[in-house]
Design a binder for this molecule. Structure first.
Ligand code: PEP
Length: 248
């Protein structure tokens, strides 16, 4: 059975005081222990805010280097982020793919780094609007997974989580319908089954991301192959984020 996960990606928002305030507000909420909650704040704040968390909320990084150490100005390694308490990292978010030209090769190197250093990750995939409109979304997403994730063997893939995030739904207020989300998640599960067998496929969480909010989360999270959500904008507000977790 896949773990239920609600993750919040703060992106490049909030300063340290606002981040601490948000964590303090989340400290006052009651969450079901069945749901794993992970926040992705700016990496710079992980050490500080980890000391403010009074619940089982875990922290992760929005990005990390495909190199382990050395002369890579401005980069941050798995080793470094682990040392301040990060438990997990995002790989392949569409904003990294499009604004920072992170292509399939770099993403595969990041996946390999994470596996090598036993660092859990959420691998993001999803099609742009033009691909959805041409009806090629399944081929597109399968290619993304084949190019950077599905080279892993059955032992290696078990420490990963997949997030399906249609690009046309990210930060646009336009959400995939529950049937669109379920259809893609079902296919991802099928590809996992074909490659890794049903036991492993059913144990990998597949999250939905793309304008998930307190009003649409219940319906999305009720889909049989949706094991949670990766939330952007709505994770910046304690009340909205808590409602999403509580709607599960
Ligand atoms: C995201 O960036 O991962 C995301 C899902 O953003 P939003 O919820 O704002 O669409």
């Amino acid at each position: 059975m896949a773990q239920k996960i609600i993750a919040g990606n703060w992106k490049m928002n909030l300063d340290i005081d606002q981040s601490v305030k948000l964590i303090r507000e989340l400290n006052t909420e009651k969450f079901d222990s069945d749901v794993r909650i992970i926040l992705f704040p700016p990496s710079l704040f992980i050490d500080r805010i980890s000391k403010v968390i009074e619940s089982s909320i875990q922290l992760g990084v929005q990005n990390f280097s495909n190199n382990y150490n050395g002369a890579y100005t401005g980069e941050i390694s798995i080793n470094q982020v682990k040392s301040v308490g990060a438990k997990i990292g995002l790989i392949g978010h569409s904003e990294r793919r499009s604004y920072y030209n992170e292509g399939d090769d770099i993403l595969r190197y990041k996946v390999n780094q994470a596996v090598k250093h036993n660092f859990e990750f959420i691998f993001c995939c999803g099609e742009p609007l033009s691909v959805r409109e041409s009806g090629d979304e399944f081929v597109f997403v399968k290619n993304q997974l084949q190019d950077s994730l599905f080279h892993l063997n059955v032992e290696q893939i078990q420490n990963s989580i997949i997030a399906y995030e249609p690009i046309w739904a990210i930060g646009t207020g336009k959400t995939a319908s529950s049937s669109q989300a379920e259809e893609m998640h079902k296919n991802i599960r099928l590809w996992l089954k074909e490659l890794y067998g049903p036991k492993v496929a059913n144990s990998i969480s597949i999250l939905y991301g793309g304008s998930c909010n307190a009003s649409n989360s219940k319906e999305l999270l009720a889909c049989p192959n949706v094991d949670g959500a990766l939330v952007g904008g709505a994770s910046l507000n304690a009340d909205d984020f808590s409602k999403i977790v509580q709607s599960y």
